[in-house]
Design a protein around this ligand. Structure first.
Ligand SMILES: Cc1cc2nc3c(=O)[nH]c(=O)nc-3n(C[C@H](O)[C@H](O)[C@H](O)COP(=O)(O)OP(=O)(O)OC[C@H]3O[C@@H](n4cnc5c(N)ncnc54)[C@H](O)[C@@H]3O)c2cc1C
Length: 313
């Protein structure tokens, strides 16, 4: 008798087993989601954003946030988008606000305006200087996000979210100093952090361990970027100091001229990422949508977050 396949089969049967991914359980609520959009610069992009918002709205996210362009360059557009979301949708908007290139008085004025418009949630950030220049705080400005958080808390009882870096912010003196900074931001009045994008779940889970060891107990919500354009994601990772794992480059290699394949690979990669996090107990996710709803919608569906018609049948 040919014994050839038996050792292989035995290895498969006797080898290490992984826990199954969680099944949908009526007793366990679906995870809570939030979505990030960027303010559109043209009418075409505006239409794309609003199609995206309308598609994702039935998923009832906890909040949706709108970014603030580098150097505060989109102040008016961010404001307009946030206000329209507040006026015309059932969604809770959160406005990103940065310190860079503005005085404290100017930043405070923007925050007061938001409060007057009924916007209660701010994502408070230092922001980045224009490309190629080192960061230097404005002479009369907030130097760091922790100062901005403290300033916002003095203006009104905003719900404040801050940024966290599982791989350490590139300008931090050390990983420990960066973690101290995160703690300062939370101690100054922030209620949660959203992470910079990451692709290796172990990186995030180890970061959570470090946060807990540092006495941080606020939610550190994973920031998930479903990749539909690998080249753009690679550029983004390079700009913000996030690692681009070899397995990810390998997964997308050869998809350059095949958008359909690329989308499927992107969906599978992100679905696997969130399901492994979910299996590890994570029940809140923030999606960098890049104003495109499809991957986020599909991944939300897989996580058990259903809206409108999808819950039927
Ligand atoms: C979820 C998320 C959303 C974002 N949205 C936007 C956006 O809308 N617009 C935008 O322009 N950018 C955005 N960014 C990018 C962010 O502005 C940059 O990463 C920026 O470089 C740091 O911002 P921060 O709020 O984390 O800064 P901070 O928390 O102030 O930290 C910046 C750096 O300074 C160090 N540091 C802090 N305090 C001190 C101190 N007292 N002494 C010495 N070093 C110190 C920190 O360790 C860190 O290295 C976002 C990032 C994330 C993760």
């Amino acid at each position: 008798m040919d014994q050839g396949p038996v050792p292989a089969l035995r290895r498969w049967l006797d080898g290490p087993r992984f826990l199954p991914l969680p099944a949908r359980d009526a007793a366990v609520p679906a995870p809570r989601l939030s979505f990030e959009f960027f303010p559109p610069a043209t009418e075409v992009l505006e239409a794309q954003l609003w199609a995206c918002i309308r598609r994702l709205e039935p998923l009832r996210p906890r909040f949706v946030s709108v970014t603030y362009g580098a150097g505060g360059s989109t102040q008016a557009r961010t404001h307009a988008t946030v206000s329209r979301i507040a006026r015309e949708t059932t969604l809770v908007p959160a406005a990103h606000l940065t310190c860079v290139g503005a005085t404290r008085a100017e930043v405070n004025e923007v925050a007061r305006q938001y409060w007057q418009d009924g916007v209660r949630h701010i994502v408070a950030l230092r922001g980045d200087p224009p490309k190629g220049t080192p960061f230097a705080p404005h002479a009369d400005g907030y130097a760091y996000a922790a100062d901005l958080v403290a300033g916002l808390a003095r203006i009104a009882p905003f719900d404040i979210t801050v940024a966290a870096y599982p791989e350490t912010h590139p300008q931090a003196e050390s990983p420990e100093a960066d973690l101290d900074n995160l703690k300062r931001k939370l101690d100054a009045g922030a209620t949660r952090a959203i992470t910079q994008l990451f692709f290796d779940t172990a990186t995030y889970l180890r970061f959570l361990d470090r946060c807990l060891a540092a006495g941080i107990t606020a939610p550190i919500v994973p920031g998930i970027m479903p990749v539909s354009n690998f080249a753009a994601a690679a550029r983004f990772c390079a700009a913000c100091g996030a690692s681009l794992p070899d397995w990810l480059s390998d997964a997308f290699a050869g998809t350059e001229n095949d958008p359909e394949l690329r989308r499927m690979v992107g969906a599978i990669v992100a679905a696997e990422q969130v399901r492994v996090l979910q299996a590890n107990g994570v029940d809140e996710f923030h999606f960098y949508t890049l104003n495109r709803p499809d991957l986020t919608y599909a991944i939300a569906h897989i996580l058990g977050v259903r809206g409108g018609d999808s819950t039927q049948g």
